[in-house]
Design a protein around this ligand. Structure first.
Ligand SMILES: [Zn+2]
Length: 177
């Protein structure tokens, strides 16, 4: 049996997360939109993040946009091509992206987001995450400490498209929809 994760406040936050460069990444106002995630997708994402600890895991979030909200049905792990700095950078396999995109054509589902993990770091985006992000996609970040997924937050571009803004996450249990 796995040891339980400690309360999140007990984990150390690396100094760079307090730097101006990191603070500038986030627009602290709250977005009016939300991210609804099927519990199976939530579990898959957390398991993927834990399996790759202390490296970063990454993958695609599949589902559909409904009005202003992201409805995520599936989290599909994709290789992290960055083997040199797998602990703090991810490069999602573009071929896998194309393959999944083709597979989904005509199904009503599409790639609406990307997830990755932050080993030993909070679930807040870095300047690199912002530089590599695309408008319209939801970015889920799973924080992993000591091999446990301890937090998950979802981020999207703000209206100006220059910073990430946090979106409320709703975990949909099987009997809630
Ligand atoms: Zn990141």
């Amino acid at each position: 049996m796995q040891e339980r994760a400690r309360p999140i406040a007990e984990y150390t936050i690396p100094d760079r997360f307090h730097s101006q460069a990191y603070l500038d990444v986030v627009d602290t106002s709250s977005a009016a939109r939300s991210c609804l995630i099927q519990n199976t997708a939530m579990q898959a994402m957390r398991a993927s993040a834990e399996r790759h600890y202390p490296d970063e895991a990454c993958g695609l979030l599949l589902g559909k946009l409904a009005g202003q909200d992201w409805h995520i049905d599936e989290a599909r792990e994709v290789s992290n091509l960055n083997t040199e700095r797998a602990a703090d950078r991810f490069i999602l396999d573009p071929e896998a992206y194309q393959t999944v995109d083709r597979e989904l054509r005509g199904t009503g589902h599409e790639i609406i987001g990307i997830y990755h993990s932050h080993p030993d770091c909070p679930a807040r985006p870095s300047p690199t995450d912002l530089a590599n992000a695309w408008d319209g996609l939801a970015y889920a970040i799973v924080s992993t400490y000591e091999g446990h997924a301890v937090d998950m937050q979802c981020w999207v571009f703000n209206v100006e498209g220059k910073q990430f803004q946090s979106v409320a996450v709703q975990d949909l249990l099987p009997d809630s929809n």
